[in-house]
Design a protein around this ligand. Structure first.
Ligand code: 5GP
Ligand code: ZN
Length: 110
């Protein structure tokens, strides 16, 4: 856990949040400021700053994050209509919380 990291605190239960999913490695919760009807965040419990900072040791958890994205899309009912999965990297990429996460965004009426 990284001191002063919001997502470390949420993922490790120090700041309470409603999890849609939790395992020993990951948590999923709704974005506080959703950009679409479905906007959830897939967050490893381990502190990794961004995709710039992943390594071989993170292979497993990264695979789990994407498998979970697929499962959560189905649970949220957007798998057929379609959705986006993205990760912002550093300030220029729009990252504001410097703890790796995937955004799963969808549910638009189009
Ligand atoms: P980033 O821009 O770093 O990729 O995305 C961070 C996301 O975290 C933003 O979409 C923002 O709305 C969300 N967020 C920031 N603080 C909180 C919080 O305290 N709770 C939740 N659920 N989401 C948050
Ligand atoms: Zn962190």
């Amino acid at each position: 856990m990284e001191k002063d990291c919001l997502f470390c605190k949420i993922a490790n239960g120090i700041i309470p949040a409603q999890f849609l999913y939790e395992s020993d490695k990951l948590v999923v919760f709704r974005d506080i400021n959703p950009e679409a009807p479905v906007h959830i965040l897939i967050v490893p419990k381990k502190h990794i700053r961004s995709l710039n900072d992943i390594g071989e040791q993170d292979r497993d958890v990264l695979g789990q994050m994407f498998l979970l994205a697929k499962d959560m899309a189905k649970k949220e009912g957007v798998n057929k209509s379609g959705y986006r999965v993205l990760s912002n990297v550093e300030k220029g990429g729009g990252q504001v919380i410097f703890h790796l996460h995937l955004h799963l965004i969808g549910g638009w009426k189009r």
